[in-house]
Write a protein that binds this ligand. Structure first.
Ligand code: SF4
Length: 438
């Protein structure tokens, strides 16, 4: 039986697609190499920064160098955006972009029969269909991602993703529900609805009578028997409306954790980023979320050192983040991405200044995160136990706080009511309550 080994870089969508391609290979008689030398190495690449490009190239070269007789297949965003750079690598036997990955087993076989490099690259302006792949297993033991949407038509000036992933394309609602049912049957309690721009779900459908939106997806998955938790990977501020929040509140499985990318707290910089909202609108949306979900976890992404960002702009960002009071922030020093408008903008910020701003904002982030965690001490929270070691298990609350409890492996993949007793660094400590204590 031939064996495979995957190396996946990048986001949840890439991880989902690797999981799906692995399932396909197993259907074609392959098994996972599990640490032995493999017959096939698949590198699912990322191109979100130039560092991801470099890591993709390093992985490709290393796989062939260490396994000269194996087949090396390269797929994903880097090969879609920079095919010449990947084609220049002799180590590559099979080259695919971000569409048509269901053909992976076929292309590998064609290479093995002919010895000729196999290439499948699609024009993303022509091919606007959703690239159907499916999974039955998950990334972890308790949580599984479901890819519901592809592509993005937002064109933020710093982002390469629309060029790598193409135009928005939505997965048929029935497909999504069937996958949710399959995953529940396989024991998963928590499903993460993911995509490149999930708020765009259904937007490409011109016939209003056939159009579904993201809320229809969440409600449909919420009706699947056995689904205990539904999370959204990330959210677009403008998608948030009072009506939608009320409908979310009516879905018992919906977890009140909103990852609402901010990127900057300066309206001047938001405009240069083409983010299509202002801090005033963002503030309003957060207030609406907190009116309906006072306990909500609110996480975000922020870019520091965007071209022409002044000290005053940066202070606006610091002040705004403090005002909003995020429960966790991911901070990225601006990285110019060849092929994006922002890479050519005047006023590129000195790398040292970017680093210093990231350090200063990280201090704000830590204080906010610990503050949010400390407010949970003394509360009783529902925790899905995911894993751990020896007599210590860990899991997440519905609003995405990490909690550790004493207990053995039999607790894994169970939902427990936990009294939060203390914070220990970045983890909360809890005690599982017996039914009589609830
Ligand atoms: S919304 Fe903006 S940042 Fe997000 S994927 Fe689309 S272009 Fe990139």
């Amino acid at each position: 039986m031939p064996t495979y080994e995957f190396h996946t870089l990048g986001c949840k969508v890439n991880q989902y697609e690797s999981e799906a391609m692995e399932a396909l290979l197993r259907q074609h008689g392959y098994r996972e190499a599990a640490g032995e030398p493999a017959d096939l190495y698949v590198i699912n690449t990322c191109t979100v920064t130039h560092v991801s490009d470099r890591k993709s190239r390093q992985q490709i070269r290393r796989m062939k160098r260490e396994n000269p007789d194996a087949v090396v297949a390269v797929v994903g965003c880097y090969s879609q955006v920079a095919p010449e750079a990947v084609e220049a690598l002799d180590e590559v036997d099979v080259l695919m972009g971000t569409k048509g990955r269901a053909k992976l087993p076929e292309l590998v076989e064609a290479f093995q029969q002919t010895g000729e490099r196999q290439v499948l690259l699609t024009d993303l302006d022509q091919d606007r269909a959703f690239d159907a792949l499916e999974i039955s297993g998950g990334l972890e033991t308790t949580r599984a991602a479901i890819k519901i949407q592809e592509g993005c038509d937002r064109y933020c000036t710093y982002c390469i993703i629309p060029y790598a992933r193409g135009h928005i394309a939505s997965r048929p609602l029935d497909d999504i529900v069937r996958e949710a049912e399959r995953l529940v049957q396989n024991g998963f309690k928590e499903l993460v609805l993911t995509g490149i721009h999930v708020a765009s779900y259904g937007k490409e459908e011109r016939d209003a009578s056939r159009r579904h939106d993201l809320l229809d997806v969440i409600e449909a998955v919420g009706r699947v028997a056995g689904v205990e938790r539904i999370r959204l990977s990330s959210m677009e501020p403008r998608w948030v409306t009072p009506e939608r929040l009320e409908r979310l509140r009516a879905i018992p499985a919906f977890c009140p954790h909103f990852h609402l990318s901010l990127q900057s707290g300066s309206d001047r910089i938001l405009e240069k980023m083409n983010r299509a909202y202002t801090t005033e609108l963002y503030r309003e949306k957060v207030a609406e979320i907190r009116r309906v979900f006072p306990e909500a976890g609110l996480t975000t992404d922020v870019i520091v050192g965007f071209p022409e960002e002044t000290e005053a702009d940066f202070r606006d960002t610091m002040d705004f983040c403090q005002e909003i009071g995020f429960s966790r922030m991911h901070i990225f020093p601006f990285s110019p991405r060849e092929g994006t408008p922002a890479a050519l903008f005047e006023g590129q910020v000195d790398p040292w200044v970017k680093k210093e701003r990231a350090r200063r904002l990280a201090e704000v982030e830590e204080a906010l995160r610990y503050g949010f965690m400390d407010r949970a001490v003394g509360q009783v929270e529902e925790v899905l136990i995911e894993g751990g070691e020896e007599e210590r298990r860990e899991g997440y609350t519905r609003n995405y706080l990490r909690v550790a409890v004493p207990g053995d492996v039999s607790l894994v993949n169970t939902v427990q009511w936990v009294c939060i007793v203390a914070r220990e660094g970045d983890v909360l400590k809890g005690e599982i309550l017996e039914a009589t204590q609830l």
